[in-house]
Ligand binder design. Structure first.
Ligand code: ARG
Length: 273
């Protein structure tokens, strides 16, 4: 079965954690008195970039700005589909200035950037499945933004309600394993409202379900290229299940970023042209 999984080459945008810190608390993982080891964070982050490049993916970087400790979480900066950029409007005032830097990077790279009207935190809450977007709400991105995103891209948007503050972004509770013809996802059902769980069960009867331990280890904050799954090594049960489904787990330890409530996917913005 393993041999049937075919990777697709990706283009990622990332931002070095040079100014990474926990200076405010906007999710339950963040405790501003916890010291962050910036050197360890940078090493861990570099191991992620290395893993992407050795698996054939293109990685672009943007210069980090001082005073923006969460800027490393590139996934929150936009949603990029069909070469079109839907920018972010952060919920927390502390993160709002990040958009200026990301928008400038996109414009310099030749993209137009749509400025959203409603709170919307990019790929943190908007997940492209290859056929439509799954969209999280409950803590950050609003339902109004879901409608705005659907209107902008002309792709269907399926709204899902998140109910556990530990899984405040959709990408902490769900990721796409395959965005090709074998479209499938992995997710942690308890992060969703009852109705949203039903929606996911109807759309993805063959999904890989994760445990609370997997989710708490940020195992659902993973990136898949259709074959390799870049995943937190602490999410052992999930990695085993993925192997059984023919995927190849590539462990990358970003433990230092958990102090800010982030993991592999949070640090990775996919650019789809
Ligand atoms: N401290 C950041 C926040 O709470 C973490 C963002 C994580 N990003 C993500 N895509 N889930 O906004």
């Amino acid at each position: 079965m393993t041999d049937t999984r075919v990777p697709r080459r990706r283009r990622f945008l990332v931002c070095e954690p040079r100014h990474f810190a926990v200076q405010y608390a906007i999710n339950p993982w963040m405790h501003p008195d916890t010291p962050v080891d910036v050197d360890l964070a940078r090493e861990q982050w570099q191991s992620l970039i290395h893993a992407y490049r050795t698996h054939g993916h293109d990685v672009d970087t943007l210069e980090p700005a001082p005073g923006l400790p969460d800027m490393v979480f590139a996934a929150n900066s936009a949603v990029v589909l069909d070469g079109r950029v839907f920018g972010s409007l952060f919920h927390a005032p502390e993160r709002r200035p990040e958009s200026t830097h990301y928008d400038l990077w996109f414009k310099t790279a030749g993209f137009d950037v749509h400025r959203p009207e409603y709170v919307c935190e990019g790929e943190g809450d908007l997940v492209w499945t290859g056929r439509y977007l799954l969209a999280g709400t409950g803590f950050r991105t609003t339902r109004e933004a879901h409608r705005e995103v659907q209107e902008f891209f002309g792709h269907p948007v399926v709204s899902l309600t998140l109910v556990d503050p530990h899984f405040y972004h959709l990408d902490t509770a769900l990721f796409v394993l395959d965005d090709g013809p074998g479209n499938n996802i992995a997710y942690f059902p308890e992060a969703f409202s009852a109705g949203s769980r039903e929606v996911l069960a109807r759309l993805y009867p063959d999904a890989v379900l994760a445990t609370r331990e997997d989710a708490t280890a940020f195992g659902l904050n993973s990136v898949s290229d259709g074959r390799h799954v870049f995943i937190a090594p602490q999410a052992e049960a999930l990695a085993t299940r993925l192997s059984e489904h023919g995927y190849v787990p590539v462990p990358v330890d970003l433990s230092e970023f958990r102090k800010a409530g982030g993991g592999i996917k949070c640090c990775t913005q996919e650019i789809r042209s």
